[in-house]
Design a protein around this ligand. Structure first.
Ligand code: XLS
Ligand code: NI
Ligand code: NI
Length: 437
């Protein structure tokens, strides 16, 4: 069966195009700061949202038809999703996909049968990959949907469930390596708590770290050379999740000696749920050498959950790409962990959504490059800290002074002059002049 027959290959037509099935800003071959856009922006399709989710929410069932011509819950359907997914990626020029184990096949009661199905589907995906440049960006194990994970996976109180989580991770790592994955993600959806009355936090965190160490050991033993990632999220589904935000996850990785093998996968909507901007969590990751990959979506500040909307906000995408360019790129990519709104239920909507997301990030890239080339932000920053370049400031930076010496200087001074202005409004107007000038 052919999928998306009525949808053309999506091409770049430029900002003035009114064709809904064309890129306005994503021009894959256009060189920006020495590299073509397609290399700056390794976009990935999220198997779960694009091929599985059909609009069900807490209050109503599916609105979209994601059967792709096969009966749901069968291996035929699993294969139809592969066919549809590859047709989709090829029409958009997307070169990566991300998956959970259970996005690929229906889960059986017996893990041996689930694994057999995973072998069959990954052989099928491998065949499809032949002759294309499509690869896996990252894989992961879904350790949050099945009721066995109601108390967590690594953090569970059940040694049997822990064992099952280990088995799923092993298999998901096998698949990731088989499909050429660059990374492997841990998103700890149920790794957290509802109440401290029933929770031994230290015990649970030690177990999570232990599971991650076993994953690293196994992954390296089968030739996985990519990065492991933690994807921080503060809450939802749990009231409190241990990987609250970038800073918390970095502390955890360092405490348990996992920081050499792990980086972070930062999701925009998770950062805002944690009370940060997307740029904040990117910056915290980057300055710690841990900015690995990005889940590209956006939330709605009026809603307190992970709405996983396709990225539309050009300011946020610009500041994201600013961080990415300053970081020298990503070892991972940009995974659209985003879903069409429930009433956007047609095939065209799936394409409109990806066109929106890809164009938003392309625009963000162009504007971030323009901000850097303009130089006013960097110049301001260099000037802002100028007092640390000479005199006592330079001594402080070089760790060549003491509290005693500094207090003697302070006494001679009387009172310091007020520091120079932060110039926030000026800088914001620079950003606007680059974005809209
Ligand atoms: C959920 C997460 C999830 C991860 C992968 O909020 O974003 O989709 O990306 O398990
Ligand atoms: Ni999310
Ligand atoms: Ni995500």
């Amino acid at each position: 069966m052919q999928h998306f027959e009525n949808i053309p290959v999506i091409r770049y037509e430029g900002p003035t195009s009114k064709n809904p099935l064309a890129f306005k800003f994503y021009d894959p071959a256009r060189v920006v700061m020495g590299k073509p856009m397609r290399e700056h922006l390794p976009f990935a399709m999220a198997w779960w949202h694009n091929l599985c989710a059909a609009g069900t929410d807490m209050f109503g069932r599916d609105t979209a038809d994601k059967s792709f011509g096969a009966e749901k819950g069968t291996m035929e359907h699993a294969k139809a999703k592969v066919d549809a997914g590859f047709a989709f990626m090829q029409k958009l020029g997307i070169r990566y996909f991300c998956f959970h184990d259970v996005d690929l096949v229906p889960e059986a009661d017996d893990i041996k049968e689930t694994n057999r199905r995973l072998d069959e589907i990954s052989d099928y995906i491998l065949e499809k990959m032949q002759g294309t440049d499509i690869r896996c960006l990252w894989g992961t194990a879904n350790m949050f949907s099945n009721p066995r994970y109601m108390n967590g996976a690594g953090s569970t109180n059940s040694a049997e469930v822990f064992c099952f989580a280990a088995a799923q991770i092993k298999k998901a790592l096998d698949l990731t390596v088989k499909l050429g994955g660059r990374g492997y993600v841990f998103w700890g959806g149920r790794e957290g708590y509802e109440t401290l009355l029933n929770t031994d936090v230290k015990f649970e965190q030690e177990n999570i770290a232990n599971l991650m160490h076993m994953a690293v050991d196994y992954g390296r033993s089968i030739g996985f050379t990519g990065d492991f990632y933690i994807e921080p999220k503060p809450k939802e589904p749990m009231k409190h999740q241990y990987d609250f935000d970038a800073a918390t996850a970095i502390g955890f990785l360092r405490q348990y000696g996992l920081d050499k093998d792990f980086k972070l996968n930062i999701e925009a909507n998770h950062a805002t749920l944690a009370g940060h901007t997307f740029q904040h969590d990117l910056r915290i990751s980057a300055i710690n050498g841990m900015l690995g990959s990005i889940d590209a979506n956006q939330g709605d500040l009026l809603l307190g959950w992970d709405t996983d909307e396709f990225p539309f906000n050009v300011y946020d995408a610009t500041m994201c790409m600013y961080e990415v360019l300053k970081n020298g790129g990503l070892t991972g990519g940009f995974n659209f962990d985003s879903k069409t709104r429930r009433p956007s239920n047609t095939d065209e909507d799936m394409f409109h959504a990806y066109i929106l997301g890809m164009d938003t990030f392309a625009l963000g890239l162009l504007k971030a490059a323009a901000l850097i080339e303009d130089g006013r932000l960097d110049a301001f920053l260099a000037e802002r800290y100028a007092s640390f370049r000479t005199g006592v400031g330079a001594k402080i930076r070089k760790h060549e002074t003491t509290l005693l010496e500094l207090s003697a200087i302070a006494e001679q001074m009387g009172a310091p002059a007020l520091p120079s202005s932060g110039r926030q409004e000026y800088l914001e107007s620079v950003v606007n002049s680059i974005l809209f000038g």
